[in-house]
Design a protein around this ligand. Structure first.
Ligand code: F3S
Length: 286
């Protein structure tokens, strides 16, 4: 039997659990139609399961008049102010499952932009969470989104401008520190707020510690999940045999042959059921 080390932080974070619970509550109330705006979380299995129970997904960017008005549950990583108001204007009732940690960033960027700050978001501009954050910066206010040291080095601020730096909640906390340091060295007037959520930090730290001491590391999560992708990057650096899987079916179990120690972590959108299944199968392999 293999020695399997499961990261204590693997699986649903508080914000994702809250969003999933809110969908369950609406199903239980039974007043339809029920929608989520985009997938409620980055996990196809969970989304498909909700679909079977009558929850439809409003495709982002689609014409809202194509949908019969009903209840729309807003995902944990948030939406833009424009979409929020568009949904209300089309007669939908909103159930806001935006994680309080993400809401805090929305409020910060809105407030500081109104006070004339340039907003710098450390995060992927194409990720829905960052798109949502950008969408709360009042029109015409300057903002930039960066992810690399090169971009931080190339960033310039006009004289007398002030800078607010925030982060995508799932960004790598070490890299966030490095990028802020580069910006600080430029001598700008910077207010940096580390908005990476504790759940992410804890998950990344656990993954790093486990990957360092195992022969094979399994990272479980949806292929579109950015926090799972980051876990994969962190683990790959420490453990050569790191595999990104969505379920046990994605794992070629022959890679476990003659391996003793297997580490497992999972992204914030991975249900316990899937983690348990991987854990049990791996433990009993060979
Ligand atoms: Fe919220 Fe952090 Fe999860 S921001 S959605 S608790 S990863």
């Amino acid at each position: 039997m293999k020695n399997v080390i499961l990261a204590p932080s693997a699986g649903f974070c508080f914000g994702v659990q809250r969003a999933v619970d809110m969908v369950d509550q609406e199903i239980a109330r039974g007043k339809g139609p029920i929608y989520t705006y985009g997938p409620i979380i980055h996990n196809e299995i969970v989304v498909r399961d909700f679909e079977k129970r009558g929850v439809a997904v409003i495709e982002e960017g689609h014409d809202l008049s194509e949908y019969e008005p009903g209840i729309v549950i807003l995902r944990s990583h948030g939406i833009t102010a424009k979409v929020y108001h568009d949904l209300e204007d089309h007669g939908f009732t909103l159930v806001d499952a935006t994680c309080p940690n993400v809401l805090r960033i929305h409020r910060l960027v809105e407030k500081y932009a109104r006070e004339g700050y340039h907003i710098l978001i450390i995060g992927n501009a194409r990720h829905p969470e960052v798109e949502g954050i950008i969408g709360w910066i009042p029109a015409g206010s300057p903002y930039t989104a960066i992810t690399t040291e090169k971009e931080a080095e190339a960033f310039t601020l006009s004289e007398n401008d002030k800078l607010l730096v925030v982060s995508q909640t799932t960004f790598n906390y070490k890299k966030f520190g490095q990028l802020v340091e580069i910006l600080e060295q430029k001598g700008y007037d910077i207010t940096a707020v580390n908005t990476i959520c504790n759940a992410t930090e804890e998950r990344q730290r656990d993954a790093y510690e486990i990957a360092r001491k195992t022969d094979v590391m399994l990272v479980i999560g949806g292929k579109n999940s950015s926090n799972t992708q980051k876990l994969y990057e962190i683990c790959s650096r420490e453990c050569k045999q790191t595999y990104f899987i969505q379920t046990i079916d994605d794992l070629d179990v022959s890679v476990l042959q003659s391996i003793q120690n297997v580490g497992i972590t999972a992204g914030a959108s991975t249900p316990q059921k899937i983690i348990k299944e991987v854990q049990t199968n791996v433990r009993n392999e060979f």
